[in-house]
Design a protein around this ligand. Sequence first.
Ligand code: GLP
Length: 234
Amino acid sequence: METIIVKDNIEGGKKAFELIKEGMKQDAKVLGLATGSTPVTLYKEMVASDLDFTDMTSINLDEYFGLSPENPQSYHHFMQEQLFSHKPFKETYVPDGLADENSEPARYNQIIAEHPIDIQILGIGTNAHIGFNEPGTSFDSTTRKVALTDSTIESNKRNFDTVEEVPRFAYSMGIKNILSAKKIILMAFGEEKAEAIKHTIEGPVTTEVPASVLQQHPNVVIIVDEAAAKLIQH
Ligand code: GLP
């Protein structure tokens, strides 16, 4: 894993954008995308750029179970606002929060199989989850309906009016889907991610720290600001 330490999330967004641009020059056609506050500066760079994404495909990591694509708190809506309404893609995929749990996981795994991901963007939870793959998730997991942990519900409540409104379940790509990407760029900004980043980079590879599995992938870049990097050796 390569670790790049940047001053702040603005510089981090620029760095991630450079890597995407490089990838596109080398013919990357499928981007795996993430939600949350972390990739916002990257999406701003993409929107401000003169790059054309109309021959690109995007596949998002996850979606809250039970939220419609039009719901302002859905990840569909977030992606539309942050990126897709400004920069159209050829096709964009996000799990359908209203779809049947008996068919949606297989449908989404099939989409990933048909569009192998060239570059996967990841944020990280304070408990080191990636996507919504919470501690304890098998490294062999694929897309499925997952229960969110109390700590994730607590962290994500800032995007809802009350904690009761935070969905308790989501559809998430699994760890195996994430590892199938040719290149992975994980971004983390802020002191509240420092512990998760330390365990991810320096700790043992364990399902208790989902992001630690990235140590086993051959092409991972971790972009962290100084606050998130403060507990790692450098
Ligand atoms: C959610 C998402 C993750 C994201 C994490 C961190 O739980 N499912 O993909 O990485 O939040 O969010 P933030 O970037 O806002 O800190």
